[in-house]
Design a protein around this ligand. Structure first.
Ligand code: HEM
Length: 167
């Protein structure tokens, strides 16, 4: 099936997905830096809830941009070029490293506040809130900078590959 007449719509979906992802994930990007400075448990809980909730919208955007990107590559015959494979590999590596770096940092803080975290089964008890000293130890981290380097830097490389198509 030749989808060439629809290429503008496919690229349209790719840009819409990218916007949804950036708008949704921007919440976690700001939250992760703000959380580190916050010591009020109620405010920390609200920030973490907002970040967790926004991941849904970011995830839908991520799926749309991922699928439309693969389709655009097929229609435009880009899969014979290195740039698109490197961009795809980078994208998968970044998304894969987000859970151990970003997810783990915020999940540790959620558990320390006594919030139920994603990995818990319904029958598991609520986590016991940690002491102030333990919470402090968890909050002080280089995770925000590492995420910015990984996600922000990786995104710039992907964008450069897509726009300049060097090889
Ligand atoms: C191309 C760029 C990026 C991609 C593909 C990406 C992808 C993802 C994915 C798939 C998750 C979900 C992981 C999970 O649920 O455990 C996630 C979580 C997260 N990401 Fe990113 N990310 C990117 C950039 C960034 C940047 C630049 C930052 C911060 C400066 C960041 C901060 C976070 C944080 C804090 C979480 C955990 C959110 C929470 O648990 O509430 N990400 N990311």
């Amino acid at each position: 099936m030749d989808l060439t007449p629809y290429i503008t719509w496919i690229v349209f979906a790719h840009v819409v997905g990218t916007f949804m992802f950036a708008a949704g994930h921007g919440v976690s990007m700001f939250v992760v830096f703000r959380v580190r400075k916050e010591r009020d448990r109620a405010r920390l809980g609200a920030l973490l809830d907002l970040s967790g909730w926004s991941l849904g919208i970011a995830g839908i955007g991520l799926l749309i941009l991922f699928l439309s990107g693969i389709l655009a590559g097929i229609v435009l015959g880009s899969w014979g070029k290195w740039w698109i494979w490197i961009a795809l590999a980078l994208f998968i590596v970044i998304a894969g490293l987000m859970t151990p770096v970003g997810g783990k940092y915020l999940t540790g803080i959620r558990a320390a506040l006594g919030q139920r975290t994603r990995g818990l089964k319904p029958a598991d008890p609520d986590p016991v809130p940690a002491s102030d000293a333990e919470l402090e130890r968890l909050l002080v981290s280089k995770a925000p900078e590492n995420l910015l380097l990984l996600g922000g830097g990786g995104f710039l490389v992907i964008l450069w590959l897509m726009m300049f198509r060097p090889f």
